[in-house]
Ligand binder design. Structure first.
Ligand SMILES: CC(C)(COP(=O)(O)OP(=O)(O)OC[C@H]1O[C@@H](n2cnc3c(N)ncnc32)[C@H](O)[C@@H]1OP(=O)(O)O)[C@@H](O)C(=O)NCCC(=O)NCCS
Length: 351
């Protein structure tokens, strides 16, 4: 028989152990400091399951400030959901989500959301989450090589727009990001607050620093902010986030495509967005095509604010993730002879 309870600080070492099992090779202390303690949205809320004397699993809420119809509300990204293999398929995952849902009013969390890994979809639904929509991956070739055209000159031939806005590295607490956000939010109905505090924490203070934030500047004016990560061995430039002042979204995207062609060796760029959102933004006009999708789930308390369940309100990107890299973790250090080897490095589970 399993028991689920809110975790206390004294459970920290058990949670570290669960995180290390869930994401082999991770620096659990660094993840804790970044995601559990210093998130500007608030400290993490964690629930743990025990079976007899064994800690068998955990799940967490990472508070995110959301912009909802013109005001900032408290919500949370769901994450670090894990049940030890020997105890799976006994309802523990669902019970952890159920416990977190019951605690939402006490913590003033209006909504918990995310695009979970396949194994967590049913447990989340059993715990009270609803499928609100689908998140789609959109891809655009940047070099002829991405179209299957090879050859010494042809493969590097770029198919990127010329002229326009430029990308400049973002500084910590960059006032330009606050300026962009103050305008951008006028166009957004439901989205994570992307101010300078969020961008600094989410990208510049993240443990791996693989997702680099930029300010998009056109004729001296900041028109957007974005975060980019080279993925799949550098062959893809993933747009983790893009936010722009009203009317500049395509200009921002064009600037990123050009940056990709001029400053990276990636063959293509990609971005994940809600299916309807990507279509509404006419991504095809910039040469993007739609690829696979995954479900997006939301959990609200009872009674809750049903605006969170409206797929047409959401602006969701890779910024809404508890992972600070989409790539495999750095390889563990070479084992010293006679000392037990680290676990093998494997890809991170999807957010
Ligand atoms: C996701 C996880 C926490 C669920 O824990 P759990 O205690 O097994 O969950 P529950 O017992 O409440 O629910 C089990 C249900 O999950 C679904 N499920 C289990 N394995 C699955 C798989 N490989 N693919 C898809 N669905 C799966 C089934 O619907 C199963 O129900 P069933 O046993 O009646 O068929 C656990 O599988 C886990 O730790 N997975 C690895 C880490 C992970 O993927 N975390 C989520 C990241 S978003």
């Amino acid at each position: 028989m399993s028991d689920v309870r809110a975790a206390a600080l004294a459970d920290r070492s058990e949670i570290f152990a669960l995180i290390r099992e869930m994401i082999p090779g991770i620096d659990a202390e660094a993840r804790w400091r970044w995601l559990y303690e210093t998130n500007p949205g608030g400290q993490a809320l964690t629930w743990i399951a025990t079976t007899g004397h064994h800690v068998t699993g955990c799940t967490s809420f990472f508070p995110f400030r959301l912009w909802l119809d013109g005001e900032v509300v408290r919500a949370a990204l769901g994450g670090d959901g894990y049940v030890r293999p020997a105890f799976r398929r006994n309802g523990i995952g669902g019970a952890l989500h159920d416990a977190s849902r019951h605690a939402m009013p006490a913590h003033r969390i209006g909504c918990m959301y995310g695009a979970p890994g396949a194994m967590n979809v049913t447990p989340l639904k059993r715990g009270g989450s609803c499928e609100v929509g689908h998140v789609v991956r959109w891809v655009r070739p940047v070099r002829a090589a991405a179209l299957g055209l090879r050859g010494p000159l042809l493969g590097s031939f770029t198919v990127a727009p010329s002229g326009g806005a430029e990308l400049e590295a973002m500084r910590r607490h960059d006032a330009r990001v606050d300026e962009v956000w103050a305008e951008a939010r006028r166009d957004l109905r439901l989205a994570a607050v992307r101010d300078a505090a969020f961008y600094t924490w989410r990208f510049l203070e993240a443990p791996t620093r693989r997702q680099r934030p930029f300010v998009i500047v056109e004729r001296g004016r900041a028109i957007g902010a974005c975060a980019l990560e080279p993925t799949r061995g550098g062959t893809v430039l993933t747009i983790v986030d893009l936010v722009t002042v009203p009317g500049a979204w395509h200009a921002g995207l064009r600037a990123i495509v050009r940056y990709c062609a001029e400053h990276t060796r990636a063959d293509r760029v990609e971005i994940k967005l809600f299916a309807n959102d990507g279509r509404r933004r006419h991504l095809w006009r910039l040469g993007f095509t739609e690829r696979e999708s995954k479900p997006f789930l939301c959990m609200i308390p009872t009674p809750g604010d049903r605006r969170f369940l409206d797929p047409d309100r959401w602006y969701y990107t890779g910024a809404d993730s508890d992972l600070d890299t989409l790539e495999v973790q750095p390889a563990p250090r070479r084992p010293v002879t006679g000392v037990k080897a680290d676990r093998p490095t494997i890809p991170l589970p999807p957010a």
